[in-house]
Design a protein around this ligand. Sequence first.
Ligand SMILES: [Zn+2]
Length: 207
Amino acid sequence: MPPIVVRFRRFTSLNTTIRLREGMIKVSLSDLLEGAPETVVRAIAHILLAKLYKKPIDAAHYLRYKRFASSAAVVRQSELVRGARGNKRFSGPEGRYYHLEEVFDRLNLRFVGGLLGRPELTWSERVAKRALGHYDAAHNTIVVSRVFDRPSSPRYAIEYLLYHEMLHLKHPVQMRGLRRCVHSREFKAEEALFPQLAEALAFLKRL
Ligand SMILES: [Zn+2]
């Protein structure tokens, strides 16, 4: 078995490549797959190795991957990320009802003593209801869905969403063996400190 190097890269689609170069297997995966369930990651590994060695692809693995790739959540997230990364300019932090920088600065003071550097903050181009927020480490940018920029959206909802994304800044992805852990135990413990967590989650569910 040759050594395997896996990299997550900033692709705007689910592009995945595998190559055998200089005795090494090199795999590039879209960072959109960062939070994918382990079964999906296993399916991708199977498909790529089957392609590389020209072996038949197991139907169950193929289906599992296809189902994930076409699921609405992933499609919306790709759209959101593509919107933020494409030629279009960022919408910027200033919304009609909420200013993301103002919300961020207050949360920063309230929960982490103002210690986090403020990343780029921008409203999404579209009113996405699935991809509500996304922290793009490559651009150090938090993108928030416009769905929160309306009077019917309570302040605790946008606060919770930004707080969650801030915690992604504070707690980078951890490796548990071969598994990428996006929401670590420390992450979740800190998230639980948000006073209106239950109300915010209930509001998000109703969107
Ligand atoms: Zn998250």
